[in-house]
Write a protein of this length. Structure first.
Length: 87
């Protein structure tokens, strides 16, 4: 488990967490502490920089009950989710 760094380049991003949502706009960043379950979501789409070690396992890497179905081409999801829930 490691921290994850999110930086919004364009658009808006919400990071959903049990403790409350974090809303980010262009130029804003947030670090999700290691071990905190979270899900990045963007209703309109967002360009972001995500920094995490290559060994980080995401729920999107392995199909399971936590994996979101992609309804559009990679990078653009029509369901409003920027990605599958990540832990």
């Amino acid at each position: 488990d490691t921290d994850e760094f999110f930086l919004v380049v364009r658009g808006a991003l919400t990071i959903q967490m049990d403790a409350g949502d974090v809303h980010l706009g262009p130029g804003q960043m947030y670090i999700v502490p290691k071990g905190v379950p979270h899900q990045p979501v963007s209703a309109e789409g967002a360009e972001i920089v995500l920094i995490e070690p290559s060994a980080t396992v995401n729920t999107g890497d392995t199909p399971s009950e936590l994996t979101a179905e992609r309804s559009g081409p990679p990078g653009r999801q029509t369901s409003g989710s920027a990605g599958a829930p990540s832990t």
